[in-house]
Design a protein. Structure first.
Length: 258
């Protein structure tokens, strides 16, 4: 790995990124557990944090301080857009006080709620939105009950929609109360309104839809309309997933996942 005489010492970069103290970072480098641009790093190496691709124990480490990666609990009635010429509420309104120029990764439709990722990291977002990304997304849907045993079997086996077959990766009934039920649907597809269309096809139209997970990122107890930064572990896993998805083809941002 070539050193950059005008760069920053690698252990300082790692410490600033929260990997550990400089001493801990030096130990990681000495043990051969750090790579820079695909090559094993050495003690004393200097890097450019703006361009270097750094991994520790195989996990990508984000070292650029200007990059922002956020989880948002999108409220119902808010468009997955940064602005709207018709004056409707948008995700952009929720981050209007931030200095960074953020954009959303994927979409949720106006009537859907839950987890949405926001970032100014164009490279990562480009990979995550690629059709081959195929990350699992988890949804909780409120539908008419009760749920027959054949519903899950049909969704897991695959059903025919007007734009081709679709199937869930996992399905379970979470709760049944009176004439309503809450079901969990997990799938990797991103076609428009896919969850709503699948459940409608099996006779259980959705009255409420909440996305609770995207890959390693969970909605958790995040309050509606609020944000939190992604953890280093979540970011490392997203980068690992993104690195396996080719992004050389143009992306049409039609994915809504709901």
């Amino acid at each position: 790995m070539a050193e950059l005489p005008d760069g920053i010492r690698l252990q300082k970069v790692l410490a600033s990124a929260g990997v550990g103290s400089r001493r801990v970072s030096e130990d990681l480098i000495a043990a051969g557990r750090v790579t820079v641009d695909g090559e094993v790093a050495v003690l004393g190496a200097r890097v450019d944090p703006e361009t270097a691709v750094i991994h520790v124990n195989g996990d990508r480490i984000v070292v650029r301080r200007d990059l922002v990666h956020l989880a948002l609990n999108k409220p119902r009635g808010v468009l997955s857009a940064m602005s709207d010429d018709r004056g409707r509420p948008t995700v952009g309104d929720l981050v209007a006080d931030r200095e960074e120029r953020l954009f959303h990764v994927g979409r949720l439709d106006n009537d859907s709620e839950g987890l949405l990722l926001l970032t100014n990291d164009g490279d990562l977002a480009h990979h995550l939105m690629h059709p081959s990304f195929g990350v699992l997304k988890t949804y909780l849907a409120t539908v008419p009950g009760p749920i027959g045993k054949d519903v899950g079997r049909r969704l897991l086996a695959g059903i025919e929609l007007d734009d081709g077959p679709a199937k869930a990766d996992a399905f379970k009934v979470v709760q049944t109360q009176g004439d309503q039920a809450i079901v969990e649907v997990i799938l990797h597809e991103g076609r428009k309104h896919i969850v709503r269309r699948m459940l409608d096809e099996v006779g259980h139209p959705v009255s409420r839809l909440v996305r609770t997970r995207i890959g390693p990122v969970r909605l958790g107890a995040l309050r509606v309309g609020t944000l939190r930064p992604l953890t280093r572990t979540e970011l490392a896993e997203l980068h690992r997933l993104a690195e396996t998805a080719p992004a050389s083809e143009p992306i049409e941002e039609t994915e809504t996942g709901d």
